[in-house]
Design a binder for this molecule. Structure first.
Ligand SMILES: [Zn+2]
Length: 449
């Protein structure tokens, strides 16, 4: 694997074609990505064709676009596409399978979702410059609701994503624990929990499936007695074990193993921030321990820290590469109604509502600069060894109208400097040092290895 360059990106929420100007920052970014021997993106849309049946319950928005936008991603040199994300089943198994078929038809190599769990889990391979690379992908967000399953001899498999589920436990002091226990009794919810436990035994749950005496499940949350109030999250050991098994497979079958991980969760119940939940850090490191060369994270729609773990890069979140969420053109009536919009509202009404009104400046994404800036890491390998990571700052054309917002281009110098400064500061906490360099008149971050 000599002289191989891999371009990595975060989320492509692409709903319309890229503009085709002759020479601008967007063209320069396209040139950068196509110059790589291998390019990865995470696709955060569903390309479903009629009849399109929406999923009923949703956090966020039903994300859909015409499969024609995939031609643009192909034209930008992407071969590897991650599909494990919380929107993968927005239009059910049919929408997911149609999306995979549309990607297959264009020659993409996809991982992270499929008609069965094994199909969603297993690595896919691509050749680049004589080297063989592999891609696997997983998602934590909504994983319980949209995970795939395998056929078991009696039942067919279920389409869905490759999950990394997690548990949350709240540690409190003895006094706080005693107070919560007394409150649980006083409210009658403790009796309710005991009744539910008894019923679950009737229904066939294993006796040990419930909380131990040291754990209080109060209002559906697990509290444990400890030294100080803090929140603990842990990834599912079973999911990590399955991921490790497939990463081990990819390790033996390829020269470069890339794992894509979609995770919106931050610490203390937060979401879409630049801090990473403990379970996500643990999961990403476990992928490297199992044999991955790169873990490329996304989910919060903004940049998070870069970590060099045992010499291998973990990009905890690369944010948005393409963010055309405001030109999703069809939305289910029940979604619009749940947003509080009157009957016969349309997608444009929703986008107006999210941007405006008395809450303008808090609603929508346009005012949040972090959603519209990212970096594209160019990872260089020589003789199978990682020898450099350059971070090319990218801006997504925020300061314009909805119909043109969200298109990426290499950032001008001043914006680029702000982006590199942010990723350097985010990464510092994990011991990663990012310096500045200049390439072709553009400011570029360089990760110390
Ligand atoms: Zn997501």
């Amino acid at each position: 694997m000599s002289g191989v360059t891999v371009a990595l990106t975060g989320e492509s929420l692409i709903t319309r074609p890229f503009p085709t100007q002759e020479e601008d920052d967007t063209a320069a970014l396209r040139r950068l990505i196509t110059s790589a021997d291998l390019a990865f993106t995470h696709l955060e849309i569903v390309c479903a064709s009629p009849p399109i049946v929406p999923r009923p319950r949703l956090h966020g928005i039903h994300v859909n676009a015409s499969s024609r936008v995939l031609d643009d991603l192909k034209n930008w040199g992407f071969e590897l596409v991650g599909l494990a994300h919380n929107h993968a089943m927005d239009f059910g198994g049919t929408g997911l399978i149609q999306t995979i078929a549309a990607l297959d038809a264009r020659g993409f190599v996809t991982a992270g979702a499929g008609p069965t769990l094994s199909e969603a889990r297993r690595p896919r391979y691509v050749n680049a410059k004589g080297a063989r690379a592999s891609l696997l992908a997983a998602c934590s967000t909504d994983a319980d609701e949209i995970c795939a399953s395998d056929p078991d001899g009696l039942f067919d498999g279920r389409p869905g994503i490759s999950p990394v589920r997690f548990t949350t436990q709240y540690e409190v002091t003895s006094d706080q624990f005693a107070f919560l226990s007394s409150l649980d009794e006083a409210l009658g919810t403790a009796a309710g929990s005991r009744a539910r436990h008894a019923l679950s035994l009737v229904l066939g749950a294993p006796d040990g499936a419930h909380t131990s005496a040291a754990t209080l499940r109060f209002l559906n949350v697990d509290f444990v007695e400890g030294t100080a109030p803090q929140v603990h999250t842990r990834p599912s050991p079973a999911d990590l074990e399955q991921m490790a098994r497939w990463i081990g497979e990819a390790r033996r079958q390829s020269d470069l193993v890339i794992v894509s991980f979609h995770c919106h969760e931050g610490p203390n119940g937060t979401s879409n921030g630049n801090a990473i939940a403990d379970f996500a850090v643990e999961a990403a490191r476990s992928f490297i321990d199992a044999g991955a060369d790169i873990c490329v994270g996304h989910g919060p729609h903004q940049l998070a820290a870069i970590e060099i773990y045992h010499g291998k890069p973990i990009f905890h979140s690369l944010g948005n590469l393409v963010f055309m969420v405001e030109t999703i053109d069809i939305l289910p009536a029940e979604f619009l109604s749940a947003a509080g919009l009157p009957a016969r509202s349309t997608a444009a009404d929703f986008h107006d509502f999210r941007e405006g009104g008395s809450d303008a400046g808090r609603r929508g994404f346009a005012h949040q600069v972090e959603y519209w800036q990212t970096v594209v890491p160019m990872c260089k390998y020589d003789d199978g060894r990682l020898v450099g990571i350059d971070l090319w700052p990218v801006a997504l054309n925020r300061g314009t109208v909805r119909s043109r917002r969200g298109v990426p281009g290499l950032a001008p110098r001043d914006v680029g400097e702000a982006i590199v400064t942010r990723i350097a500061s985010l990464s510092e906490g994990l011991g990663t040092s990012v310096s500045y360099t200049e390439i072709d008149g553009r400011l570029v971050g360089r990760v110390a290895l």
